[in-house]
Design a protein around this ligand. Structure first.
Ligand code: FES
Ligand code: FES
Length: 157
């Protein structure tokens, strides 16, 4: 299959590469760039474990083909911490014990970041809607919702 040329920014770093047009962003991140923080669950858009931001929008990277990121910016969970300092959402997930096995956590964090970037003061319903595409099979959602709410308070301070 003929490869296509892509220019993109991933976690604030510029990339130019050639890729098979049928490769998914999820597989590219994990297998070509080694960014394994983005998790591979269902690969059919059902679980949200693969959520990343594409130009600020939360997307399921298993449903995005790499050519779709040409000229766009991708943020993965590896890009959340700055200068070795965790993002307030990451701190808050730890403070609220909102991480058990951690498989859903990167996707939850990215969906929450997309929400707080657009709406710094969400109510509980808005938080639950924002993470409605992210499935957690072990923590449950109460601590996760509390963690996102608390992070929004801290970001506002
Ligand atoms: S792996 Fe993409 S939604 Fe499940
Ligand atoms: S912490 Fe295990 S699936 Fe959410």
């Amino acid at each position: 299959m003929k490869k296509v040329k892509i220019n993109t920014v991933i976690n604030n770093r510029t990339y130019e590469f050639s890729v098979a047009p049928n490769q998914t962003l999820l597989r590219f991140l994990r297998e070509e760039l080694g960014l394994t923080g983005t998790k591979c669950g269902c690969e059919i858009g059902e679980c949200g474990a693969c959520t990343v931001l594409l130009d600020g929008e939360a997307v399921n990277s298993c449903l995005v083909l790499v050519p779709q990121i040409d000229g766009k910016e991708v943020l993965t969970v590896e890009g959340l911490a700055k200068d070795s300092k965790l993002h307030p959402l990451q701190e808050s997930f730890m403070d609220h014990d909102a991480v058990h096995c951690g498989f859903c956590t990167p996707g939850m964090l990215m969906s929450a970041k997309a929400l707080l970037d657009k709406n710094p003061d969400p109510d509980e319903k808005e938080i639950r809607t924002a993470i409605s595409g992210n499935l957690c099979r072990c923590t449950g959602y109460v601590q996760i919702v509390e963690a996102i709410n608390d992070a929004s308070e801290k970001i506002k301070e």
